[in-house]
Write a protein that binds this ligand. Sequence first.
Ligand SMILES: Cc1cc2nc3c(=O)[nH]c(=O)nc-3n(C[C@H](O)[C@H](O)[C@H](O)COP(=O)(O)O)c2cc1C
Length: 312
Amino acid sequence: MAIKILGISGSLRKQSFNLSALKAARQLVPADATLDIYDIAGLPLFNQDEEQNPTPKVKDFKASIRAADAILFAVPEYNYSIAGVLKNAIDVASRPYGDSAWAGKPAAVMGASVGVLGTSRAQYHLRQCFVFLNMQPVQQPEVLIRECATEEAARAETSRPVRVHAGPADAELVLQRAREKFPEARPQIISDNGPQFVAKDFKEFLRQWQTTHVLTSPHYPQSNGKLERYHRTLKEQAIRPKTPLTLEDARRVVGEFVEHYNTVRLHSALGYVTPKDRLEGRHTEIYATRDRKLEAAREARRQRRANPEFSL
Ligand SMILES: Cc1cc2nc3c(=O)[nH]c(=O)nc-3n(C[C@H](O)[C@H](O)[C@H](O)COP(=O)(O)O)c2cc1C
């Protein structure tokens, strides 16, 4: 009989990296196992006054856990611990006392975060819960998926192309790294957007990350100018305009160069003709044409000198 694994992601985010990790795991389970992903969205906030009156969602959640042979948790790390929604789900299914759905279940843990430690802190907090829940944790492997980011950001990590659209995950990646490197510092976001409308989500983001937003324009045109000059220098000098991102790209860029080098660019060593013209034997004809033109120009000058009115 197939082993039934229940996958639980601790993130409700649609584009969650942890949900993606579970989906990837679902494709990798052996033939004699299945992995169903349970969506914990919709579970009520745990209230001990209500624990004897479980909602249909709570009943369904507990039944799904009981029907599974093992649990696979995918844990995001929030403020160095497990996400509140996951802890809430664990609490909900652990009650009422004596009727926990978790007891005795084997549990494996993995986690994905934008930070460099890949949810290790959250995972050890979760493992602590397993003790009282009397779950049977799989100790190894430890699966720490670190420095996640959007597809573009991930590409930037390997090939550093110019990113046109940076999303919230990119901002989180930068802030999380800054925090880990300088735990005492309070990061500031400096932008030159001007005093326009600041979206509610962005304000919330700033609050969550305990950061401040500083506008450089229009009140600080000097620093704004410096920022823009910096961006220009960065683009001109650091981010090469033709950085190939794929093999096809590289072939195209090199192909264009070779084409230009062979057919357009003049070479002093070849008497200022293109390699193509030289190889195909057109150089003598080109030299002769050039000599004829030079001679015609010389003749025109002679004429002008001999007859100054003519040159007017
Ligand atoms: C409230 C909050 C706190 C966070 N704290 C951490 C943290 O302590 N460590 C970390 O690596 N990432 C932290 N992050 C960034 C998460 O790693 C990032 O949001 C990640 O995408 C969450 O997983 P998900 O993609 O499955 O939603 C935090 C994010 C939020 C919203």
